[in-house]
Design a protein. Structure first.
Length: 372
């Protein structure tokens, strides 16, 4: 049997010791998403030593990387071969762009998610260290490799509660040969109507966003695909085509939440509503920023407005997340649960999974599920 990688062996030993001593660990990559979920608890277990792209087959559209590999390093390697992560994982924080393990654990996606799929749709396999200190491998490096439960995809969005993600294999795609961004001045309701109508047509839709600026609403629509398909869609849709030199940085800013809209003023926090694309505009004091063809809606709201947003999201058939709390927010704001409460059946499934993967509660379960 091949010897275990020294960095992985050291982390595994710490997990086993924590299980034996009753200590709690919080897994951390670059820390760019420390704000997401409930406040992290436990001793730090850093993945920074688990770095490197261990396998990359451009012709097979598959890459394998260790958890601590900087996302920027992975994306640069893919770009050099004309490929990309289509779901555009957000990169937060001025000090770095996050890690591959953090990308999977958070399960967050950028502007293209509604058209290309989520993080979990691109996870082919993973190596995980569970709460017993066992190194487990799931999936593989091909698409049709799953028999039974697809555990590797279950890790997407688990926030480190099931174990330490040591390595992950991902499906990648070629960069689209053509791209164009169109701008339309319209209200929120008109934007939703247009997006719903376009979604029923054979158009190379890739991403959209709507927001108000200086009391004027505008919808930005990104097209990606074959040159002929993008050019034909531009002629069919109309709108004002944006220069690539302006549009592409704006989409990157939207992906990383660096648009001016995301500046959090005063005591207002950032709320994320996930609703059906066809849900009508929600009546609220301030206008949101819409993404994912209307399925993701961002609101700036104070702590005492959160209940209204959660009720509105449930009425629309979705849920609301307190995504980011403003600096200097009150204690009342900090005590609001980050995630909506799970239904009783889903809560039972979550806790059963936690018992199976982490029976000694080594990892920070409260990050995802809140305090018991």
């Amino acid at each position: 049997m091949a010897a275990m990688d020294p960095a992985l062996a050291q982390l595994t030993d710490r997990i086993r010791a924590a299980a034996a001593d009753g200590h709690r660990l919080r897994i951390r990559g670059a820390g760019t998403k420390d704000f997401y979920g409930e406040s992290p608890q436990g001793e730090l277990l850093a993945t920074g030593a688990l770095t490197g792209i261990t396998s990359y087959e451009p012709s097979e559209l598959v890459v394998t990387a260790r958890a601590g590999t900087p996302l920027a390093e992975l994306e640069a390697a893919l770009a050099a071969c004309g490929q990309c992560l289509p779901f555009e994982p957000p990169r937060f924080g001025p000090s770095g762009t996050g890690t591959v393990g953090g990308m999977i654990a958070a399960g967050l996606c950028g502007p293209a998610r509604a058209s290309v799929g989520a993080v979990r749709d691109y996870v082919l396999g993973a190596t995980l260290v569970n709460g017993r200190g066992e190194v487990l491998a799931f999936g593989g490096q091909v698409m049709k490799n799953v028999a039974g439960y697809d555990i590797s995809r279950l890790l997407a969005g688990s926030l480190g509660t099931l174990g330490l993600i040591a390595e992950v294999s991902l499906k990648v795609l070629p960069i689209a040969p053509a791209e164009a961004t169109l701008r339309f001045e319209c209200t929120q309701s008109d934007a939703l109507r247009l997006l719903n109508g376009w979604g029923a047509q054979p158009l190379p839709l890739n991403a959209s966003r709507w927001s108000e600026q200086d009391a004027t609403g505008a919808l930005w629509l990104r097209l990606r695909g074959a040159v002929a398909a993008v050019d034909a869609a531009c002629r069919h849709l109309g709108g004002e085509r944006q220069p690539d030199a302006q549009a592409q940085p704006d989409w990157q800013a939207a992906r990383d939440q660096r648009l001016p809209w995301f500046g959090i003023p005063g005591a207002h926090s950032l709320w994320r509503l996930s609703v059906p694309q066809t849900a009508p505009a929600i009546d609220f004091e301030t206008a949101p920023l819409l993404e994912w063809h209307g399925a993701q809606r961002w609101y700036l709201a104070s702590a005492n407005q959160g209940a209204r947003l959660r009720a509105a999201a449930r009425t629309a058939g979705g849920h609301a997340t307190l995504f980011r709390i403003a600096d200097g927010a009150s204690q009342a704001a900090r005590s609001v649960p980050r995630f909506d409460a799970l239904s009783a059946p889903l809560a039972r499934i979550h806790r059963a999974l936690l018992r199976e993967f982490d029976p000694h509660a080594v990892f920070d379960h409260a990050r995802l599920l809140g305090a018991d």
